[in-house]
Design a protein around this ligand. Structure first.
Ligand SMILES: CSCCC(=O)C(=O)COP(=O)(O)O
Ligand SMILES: [Mg+2]
Length: 242
């Protein structure tokens, strides 16, 4: 499909799960990796500022200010089972995943069509950003430890629900646009979830639904959003210096 908006695209903002990468990998590999390590993290590293902060957020969210480590671990497990994109869960997962990637125990997954297109867009001067429910720390590791090596040089910035806000709210996209300094109409968001596409468009962005066979949202109603089954189907309008 061709992205035929009124102006050229200056930057593409990428969702990860279901868009650049397989949900199956996240659910079957990453989730168990973190889940097996929550107990040890909470028991032995609870004083680390990032851990303590996330634990406080979990306690606040469940309305149990005195919840002990075992109770917090149980809640985290329930959130994983429900695939809740809760910010403190993502923060704790991100700590463990980043360490696993750095140790060589994890290698990120990208669909085969993605990296060649990201390299081409980057070479063409299109800026690339990430906006995922996965924490910034997890995103950094995801792009650094891919099967094709370190891809962080392609990426100009990383956004998550902590620094930008929930992915189904237009204000989050307004905040990202302001942070990048790019006109919203020249930002293109790629995502597998119609609710995220709706929010981006409500903020004045362009949006394309990435609808990959076998992904959980492949059969969802994408309304009138343009759609693509792979990045190779997305052609950005020619850019000019004006
Ligand atoms: C490296 S991000 C790990 C994936 C994850 O936990 C997640 O929630 C991704 O959700 P997305 O917003 O990218 O669909
Ligand atoms: Mg997604």
């Amino acid at each position: 499909m061709t992205e035929n908006g009124p102006a050229a695209v200056d930057a593409v903002v990428l969702d990860i799960e279901g868009t650049t990468s397989a949900t199956g990998f996240v659910v079957d590999v990453l989730y168990p990796y973190a889940r097996e390590r929550f107990g040890e993290l909470l028991a032995s590293r609870g004083d680390e500022p990032a851990v303590a902060r996330a634990v406080a957020q979990v306690r606040a969210e469940i309305g149990e200010p005195d919840a002990d480590a075992a109770r917090v671990e149980k809640v985290l497990g329930e959130w994983v089972d429900a695939d809740r994109k809760a910010t403190p869960l993502k923060a704790l997962q991100g700590i463990l995943w980043a360490e696993g990637f750095a140790r060589g125990e994890l290698v990120s997954h990208f669909y085969p069509d993605v990296i060649p297109v990201l390299r081409r867009w980057h070479a063409d001067g299109v800026r690339l950003y990430v906006y995922s429910s996965g924490s910034v720390s997890a995103q950094r590791a995801w792009f650094k430890y891919s099967a094709e090596g370190d891809l962080l040089g392609l990426v100009s910035g990383l956004y998550d629900t902590e620094n930008a806000g929930p992915k189904q709210e237009a204000d989050s996209y307004r905040a990202i646009a302001a942070s990048t300094g790019i006109d919203p109409g020249r930002l293109l968001f790629l995502s597998d979830r119609p609710g995220e596409l709706d929010a981006a468009r409500a903020a004045g962005w362009r949006a394309v639904g990435v609808r990959r066979a076998g992904e959980p949202y492949a059969d969802a109603d994408f309304g009138d959003h343009p759609q693509a089954a792979a990045f190779s189907e997305i052609t950005l309008a020619a850019r000019s210096s004006s």
